[in-house]
Design a protein around this ligand. Structure first.
Ligand code: ATP
Ligand code: MG
Length: 451
């Protein structure tokens, strides 16, 4: 790996390093930006670690715009004056680099006394880079780099990077006990980077999985969403199912739930993992794919011929999805959206015109085309041959949805020529009955029985 060629920080980073060093402090690029640069990927943000204490950092940028949201933990963001606004993007009040126009500067830290398994009792500042690097989670995240001084790699991060390996800095069980979020971070980096997990680290994360129950639901949600959107999501979920089931116990019954039908060649869990893999890497679809058959184990019956049936599983999956997403503190909007995808994943194909118009009217165009993507992933994950047999029906539904939208057909009450006022003129009293009548008229229009 040629560090000099692969790492190109944005100008604001170089400028921040120069300013800190001009006052006699050390300053290095650290963490994800070093890892991603060495992998030849563009870092999403640039973190700078410095020996300067927060007040000293501030003095280096006197008179300039600073965001001190994380100052208690030593983090200050410098926003050079210019035309670009800055965005606060995460709940930890960390500042994102927008168009390369902000640098996040954190004082070298040590952490100690994790009595609640989720945050240090004390954050101490230190003047030592090596102490700061040694409190970081994984060897590939614990490297520092400087444009003139090169790479500091105290824990063989580069070697692990080349081998595609995630390994804790220090003793894994202790590091996971200090902060259980690292367990999920490990799984999500494995999924995002496609890296294997070193056996000692893997054993420790399995042993310490119960500590995940002490984490806030929001943090679990954020990590799981990143995990699900990674390239290696299915492989990680497969290999570390027991760890994932600790925080998502509703999914556990899927594993080993056989599907004795001609349409399936996997048990429910393995089918789910394939569906996750086929779904585009976006949060709503990956969550919907993960949850779409969660209701199957509870709905399994068998007919006299030995075939398994899962009647009524979509609404049951929807119920489980709603409960799980509520617990993980998804916004109501996201929860309702994913739950509706799950609840409709099995809608009959090809979709009839009235049904499609109902979906388009109720949930909108983006929802319906997202649902098609979910259905495509679902059928890709079934027995060989199912996809080829079912695809024409799906394409027909897609074409019909497009035609309905192009024609500008009546989809919502607002689209109807007839309004409540018209009904009032005809002598219908305003109130809930009028609403029901209007919806029945809309359905009749969508079935083509009224114009
Ligand atoms: P991403 O590209 O997702 O931002 P990242 O590696 O930058 O990846 P961050 O969550 O932004 O991840 O954290 C920045 C750095 O801080 C990490 O690379 C790691 O060195 C350190 N770090 C973050 N969270 C922890 C933690 N819980 N325990 C130990 N070190 C951590
Ligand atoms: Mg980062």
């Amino acid at each position: 790996m040629n560090q000099g060629l692969t790492i190109v920080p944005p100008p604001v980073v170089g400028e921040a390093l120069r300013r800190l060093e001009a006052r006699g402090f050390q300053a290095w690029c650290v963490g994800g930006c070093v890892r991603d640069s060495l992998l030849g990927k563009a870092p999403s943000d640039w973190d700078i670690a410095t020996s300067a204490l927060p007040q000293e950092t501030k003095a280096c940028f006197a008179g300039e715009r600073l965001v001190e949201a994380g100052a208690a933990h030593g983090t200050i963001a410098w926003v050079p004056s210019g035309d670009h606004p800055i965005e606060i993007t995460t709940f930890r009040s960390v500042t994102a680099v927008v168009d390369g126009h902000a640098a996040e500067i954190t004082t070298y830290r040590t952490e100690s006394g994790y009595s609640d398994f989720r945050r240090p009792d004390k954050v101490g500042f230190t003047r030592s880079l090596s102490e700061d690097l040694s409190r970081r989670d994984f060897t590939v995240n614990a490297m520092a780099w400087h444009p003139q001084r090169g790479l500091v790699d105290l824990f063989h991060g580069q070697e692990d990077l080349s081998a595609g390996l995630l390994r804790c800095v220090g003793e894994p069980a202790r590091r996971f006990s200090e902060d259980a979020l690292r367990i999920l971070r490990c799984l999500r980096f494995s999924s995002q980077l496609g890296f294997a997990i070193h056996p000692d680290t893997a054993r420790a994360l399995w042993e310490k999985r119960e500590l995940l129950l002490a984490l806030s639901h929001e943090r679990v949600r954020e990590e799981l969403t990143k995990l699900l959107c990674g390239q290696g999501a299915a492989a990680v979920l497969r290999q570390y199912a027991a760890v994932v089931f600790t925080v998502l116990p509703e999914l556990a019954p899927m594993k080993g739930c056989a599907q004795e039908t001609p349409y399936h060649c996997f048990d429910v869990w393995e089918h789910t993992l394939h569906a996750v893999d086929y779904a585009p890497q976006q949060g709503d679809l990956r969550w919907a794919a993960l949850l779409h058959d969660a209701g199957k184990p509870g709905r399994k019956t068998r007919s006299a011929d030995g075939m398994a049936h899962f009647y009524g599983h979509p609404p049951e999956s929807g119920r489980i999805a709603r409960q799980l997403l509520t617990r993980l503190r998804f916004s109501n909007k996201e929860r309702d959206w994913i739950t509706a995808l799950v609840g409709h994943h099995e809608d009959a194909m090809p979709m009839g015109e009235a049904h499609l118009k109902g979906l388009l009217g109720r949930y909108g165009e983006r929802f319906v085309f997202t649902l098609f993507q979910l259905q495509e992933a679902d059928m890709s994950a079934k027995a060989p041959g199912v996809f080829a047999r079912r695809l024409p029906d799906l394409e027909e539904s897609r074409a019909l949805a497009r035609a309905i939208l192009e024609r500008g057909d009546c989809l919502t009450l607002g689209d109807m020529a007839l309004t409540g006022e018209d009904l009032k003129a005809l002598g219908v009293a305003p109130g809930p009955e009028m609403g029901k009548l209007l919806r029945r008229l809309l359905e009749a229009v969508q079935r083509g029985e009224a114009a």
